[in-house]
Design a protein around this ligand. Structure first.
Ligand code: NAD
Ligand code: UDP
Length: 430
């Protein structure tokens, strides 16, 4: 049985234990304890069967399992009761919201996060909420889900609005994080025209809002603006190598024109813009079925299925953990840097190596949990069209102007993500 004494210990790239994420940069404090965040995603909500909560002993065992994930923050997790005999479930909500900082009104920002119910957005929302800011999430739930932020619904500092950014939206705010856009290749290719519309019209509408409110505007651009790069690693002044008519173009060109729009509003209208070029990022709350490599590999390994490497597996990617990205986004938003800034982790893997690493980590976590791992096979599938051969960020600019660099090792991040997906599986969510 897992106990609170076996709470998760995470070491950063220098071997120091990570107990908090964030920092103070440019007068903005983004530091919060990692345990509080974990309590919101590792097992923010869990399902127990009516019979298992009957005996005190089993109840205590369950509490201990939760303590492992969240060091005593169990009160901020909701528990639903499953009744097997009637195949029904009684949902509960939180009895208590996680504590948020009390900020002086002059320090408290009104922040709009478009796409805030998605993977990246929901972690940014958690951070901004715990820090004591007022957060409005705008999302059409195309790839995101209400459940990623449901633990804040009803909180006085929080508002969730179902809205499609291709339509204008009016609100008063100080900062806009514009993240709304599907990010995984199967999702953005599902309706290519809609992806371009979201990138262009959504960004146009949100920049119009920033112009009217004089809010600072940050767009989540992507390493995809570099396409299949001829320069390696990719610095911000590389213009890219993008196929304008291929299956990835709706996303790549969409983000390129979104950046162009942002600089148009900046030069013509003085809109205060920030451009984050995000490289492959992974972490809990990534949709397990979004087709991206990290989610595919972990889910396949946990289910004991073949892991699917596309092509010969020699193409490379570098993977960044979600908390490093949120640190970088907040630092960029509050800095004076209006040029594009790469935010990513330079640890580069071939996809073949990465499959082996994920398999190894899944087996270790299974062993730690007292399970007998079953070695899965790595199989090779055809390479998708226009799949970039290599990708690694040059993050010199982020280091110089934001004093930011990634802290999480890929292994530490993957371990946490495996635990998250394991918990989801135990709840029947995968
Ligand atoms: P995600 O798919 O989990 O989240 C995107 C969110 O935007 C979802 O909640 C979705 O419902 C919402 N959305 C999509 N279209 C919308 C519309 N028209 N109106 C309102 N909401 C809409 O993806 P993510 O990984 O969280 O990515 C967030 C942002 O970061 C995206 O802009 C993406 O391009 C960028 N990015 C992510 C990565 C990564 O590795 N995760 C890499 C580069 C860039
Ligand atoms: N990939 C893979 N197996 C999978 C999913 C993806 O080998 O099950 C490969 C994919 O072809 C690409 C890399 O992993 O080379 C990263 O893919 P992902 O979709 O995560 O992101 P992107 O291509 O946008 O970087």
């Amino acid at each position: 049985m897992a106990t609170s004494s076996s709470a998760i210990r995470t070491l950063d790239k220098s071997g120091n234990e990570i107990t908090t994420v964030g920092f103070t940069r440019f007068g903005f404090d983004s530091e919060v304890p990692i345990d509080v965040l974990r309590s919101l995603y590792l097992r923010a909500h869990y399902v127990t069967t009516a019979s298992s909560s009957d005996t005190k002993e089993e109840h205590l065992e369950e509490q201990a399992l939760h303590a492992q994930f969240s060091k005593g923050h169990v009160a901020y997790q909701s528990k639903s009761i499953y009744h097997p005999e009637t195949q029904s479930i009684s949902y509960t909500t939180l009895s208590r919201f996680p504590p948020v900082k009390l900020l002086a009104p002059s320090k408290r920002k009104r922040v709009l996060v478009t796409g805030g119910a998605g993977f990246v957005g929901s972690h940014l929302v958690d951070r901004l909420m715990v820090l004591g800011h007022e957060v409005t999430v705008l999302d059409n739930f195309f790839t995101g889900s209400k459940t990623t932020v449901s633990h804040w619904v009803g909180h006085p500092n929080f508002e969730l609005v179902r809205h499609d950014v291709v339509e204008p939206f009016m609100i008063e705010c100080d900062q806009i994080y514009h993240l709304a856009c599907p990010a995984s290749p199967p999702h953005y290719q599902f309706n290519a025209v809609k992806t371009i519309k979201t990138s262009f019209m959504g960004t146009l509408n949100m920049l119009g809002l920033a112009k009217r409110t004089k809010a600072r505007f940050l767009i989540s651009s992507t390493s995809e603006v570099y396409g299949d790069p001829e320069v390696h690693p990719q610095p911000e002044d590389y213009w890219g190598h993008v196929n304008p008519i291929g299956p990835r173009a709706c996303y790549d060109e969409g983000k390129r024109v979104a950046e162009t729009l942002a600089y148009g509003f900046h030069r013509q209208d003085g809109v205060d813009i920030r451009v984050a070029r995000i490289f492959n990022t992974y972490g809990p709350r990534m949709n397990p079925f979004d087709g991206r490599v990290v989610s595919n590999f972990i889910v396949q390994a946990l289910r004991g299925e073949d892991m699917t490497v596309y092509g010969d597996g020699t193409q490379t990617r570098s993977f960044q953990y979600i908390h490093d990205l949120v640190d970088g986004l907040i630092a960029l938003m509050n800095s004076d840097e209006t040029r594009p800034v790469n935010i990513g982790n330079g640890d580069e893997f071939t996809i073949g190596e990465f499959a082996e690493l994920v398999r190894d980590i899944v087996e270790n976590v299974q062993r730690e949990d007292g399970e007998e791992p079953r070695r899965v096979n790595i199989v090779y599938k055809p390479m998708p069209t226009d799949d970039p051969q290599k990708r690694r960020p040059d993050t010199t600019r982020a280091k110089q102007v934001l004093d930011w660099e990634p802290r999480w090792t890929v292994r530490m991040g993957l371990e946490e993500m495996v635990r998250y997906y394991k918990a989801k599986m135990a709840e029947g969510g995968i």
